[in-house]
Design a protein around this ligand. Structure first.
Ligand SMILES: [Zn+2]
Length: 267
């Protein structure tokens, strides 16, 4: 009898799905094999240890047996449970959103170790930074850039001319800013972007996480950058990320609970 082909790898669980009554299919994002999907037999039984270890957002070392249609995860070792993310609904919603973006931006088997590092560092940072909103914007910009969808903010997408530091219009379909003398042929509604927001977006494309996090931003810029990125992401993914609404709902609940100035205005 031929020996089954097996391999070991390490990765972060970004998604899971039920499979029949007892099993689950988990999607794991790995630095060396990209995104992979595999079955966890018996994972939905309450006493399943493997099932407990393979919760979304956990970092695991796994042994996989290659199957004829689907591969099977046979052994699991927890590397980092990222438990802090599960203890706070606000953090959990944002972490799930990040996992969904990574899933949406990656094709099966496309290997991108830098994107894996980004995912791991964002999940770690979520549990320690104060401004998780700013972290989410940085994550969105970086994921777009790493997956080849990063908008062009330095040159006009129509004529290639360098853009002056001023407000500009963004075309999602054309993939970047359009200079004041140019018209885009794509016909999509252009989004106005202030000079300061353009500077922030370019900065987020170029720097590491710590630098991005230390940039002071006004509420006005934060909200403009958030709105523009949401529109751009929805275009690239061809839909609004499913968990984006969850993030907004949880954030609104937090504001109501805190009894702060925003709490009194909520309906
Ligand atoms: Zn132009």
């Amino acid at each position: 009898m031929p020996t089954p082909r097996t391999y070991n790898t390490q990765g972060i669980v970004i998604k899971d799905m039920q499979l029949g009554d007892a099993d689950r299919i988990v999607t794991v994002y790995t630095p060396d094999r990209g995104k992979l999907r595999a079955v966890v037999k018996g994972a939905r039984r309450t006493q399943s240890r493997k099932g407990g270890q393979l919760q979304p957002l956990t970092e695991v070392r796994i042994s996989i047996v290659i199957g004829s249609s689907l591969d099977n995860i046979t052994e699991v070792e927890t590397v980092n449970s990222n438990r802090g993310l599960r203890e706070d609904l606000g953090l959990l919603s944002q972490a799930i959103y990040v996992a969904e973006l990574v899933d949406g931006f990656t094709a099966d088997g496309a290997v991108n170790p830098r994107e894996y590092e980004l995912l791991a560092s964002i999940l770690a940072a979520l549990q320690v930074v104060e401004d998780t909103e700013q972290l989410m914007r940085y994550c969105e910009v970086q994921l777009l850039t790493m997956s080849g969808f990063g908008p062009e903010f330095g040159q006009c997408v129509e004529c290639g001319a360098n853009l002056d530091p001023q407000d500009h219009l963004l075309s999602c379909i054309a993939g970047g800013l359009v200079g004041p003398e140019c018209k885009v042929s794509t016909g999509d509604p252009l989004i106005h972007l202030s000079m300061n927001s353009i500077k922030v977006l370019r900065f987020f494309q170029d720097v590491g996480l710590a630098e991005a996090q230390s940039l002071p931003l006004t509420e006005e810029i934060k909200s403009e950058v958030k709105r523009v990125l949401a529109a751009y992401l929805a275009y690239v993914l061809d839909r609004e990320p499913r968990s984006a609404g969850f993030v907004t709902q949880v954030a609104a609940m937090g504001k109501t609970d805190s009894g702060g100035p925003l709490g009194s205005t909520s309906t």
